[in-house]
Design a binder for this molecule. Structure first.
Ligand code: HEC
Ligand code: HEC
Length: 228
């Protein structure tokens, strides 16, 4: 028993040496420096940027951010050629060079920035990015119909206030712009996001968007951005 345990301990020591040798400290990018890069597209306070289409990252947990970064890195998100904006994130893969850096920058963002409603509420509800998804009209969105749909279809996984539920692997929907939300729902509906076999969590979401009409999306987005 003792010998077995000793072998176990020395294996554990070797394993931890191997891990620390794999990624020396100097190869882990400084998260504060990286965040400046992220801020170019996500806004300097991570409340989102209209000009660069980067969604707000405030309010998201480190776990959720890291999961998306891994998804962009292994292309289980951003795999579709129609996902032009997802490809923006692919370009970050070189800087997000290893798992330790992904975790460090995700924790840094989650712990450093706070939601600022003045920044995200001020956004126009128009599309700045012209594409197949660029002509989506949200002006006819009806918050009441959106509320009914949210309560029957989304609530169970995203929480009553859109706050996200750990048990369902969701995170807050509360700080996103209308255009980001509408875009993601269209992406899920058409297989641009959530259809990759490696996207375990997107697989939970994609079927929920499959049958949404354009009107449903406008209603949901009007409700979520207006009332949650
Ligand atoms: C060149 C612009 C650009 C840069 C730089 C950039 N992003 Fe992004 N990022 C985007 C865009 C655009 C999207 C939205 C993609 C979409 O619509 O699906 C996005 C999406 C994301 C998402 C997914 C958000 C969600 O709610 O699912 C995360 C997380 C993220 N970026 C983190 C980062 C981090 C961390 C950095 C810095 C290391 C960074 N981004 C740098 C443009 C950028
Ligand atoms: C079965 C659970 C489930 C239901 C029901 C569900 N979702 Fe989701 N949703 C998820 C999960 C899990 C994710 C995160 C996927 C990931 O990590 O990539 C998600 C992601 C999203 C995103 C993208 C968030 C982001 O930060 O990019 C939006 C927007 C969204 N859901 C809206 C909705 C709406 C609106 C409804 C109702 C029509 C709905 N969801 C119903 C599980 C669900």
């Amino acid at each position: 028993m003792i010998i077995k345990r000793l072998i176990g301990i020395s294996l554990a020591i070797f394993a931890s040496m191997a891990i620390s040798q794999e990624t020396p400290e100097w190869q882990i990018a400084d998260p504060a420096e990286l965040a400046v890069m992220c801020g170019v597209c996500h806004g300097p306070t991570m409340n989102g940027s209209i000009r660069r289409d980067g969604p707000a990252l405030v309010g998201l947990s480190a776990e959720y951010i890291a999961r998306q970064l891994r998804g962009f890195a292994d292309e289980s998100r951003g795999y579709d050629d129609r996902d032009v904006l997802g490809k923006f994130m692919e370009r970050m893969n070189g800087m997000l060079r290893n798992e330790e850096t992904i975790v460090a920058v995700s924790e840094y963002i989650a712990n450093t920035y706070a939601p600022n409603p003045e920044e995200y509420d001020a956004r126009p509800r128009t599309w700045l990015w012209q594409s197949e998804y660029g002509s989506f009209d949200l002006s006819g969105g009806d918050a009441e119909s959106g509320q009914v749909l949210y309560a029957t279809t989304c609530f169970a996984c995203h929480g009553a206030d859109g706050e996200g539920l750990d048990a369902m692997y969701t995170d807050t929907l509360n700080h996103f712009s209308a255009e980001y939300l509408a875009r993601q729902l269209q992406y899920y509906r058409s297989g641009v996001r959530g259809a990759h076999p490696g996207d375990t969590y997107g697989a939970l979401m994609a079927p929920m968007a499959a049958n949404l009409s354009d009107q449903d999306i406008a209603d949901l987005v009007t409700y979520i951005t207006g009332e949650l």
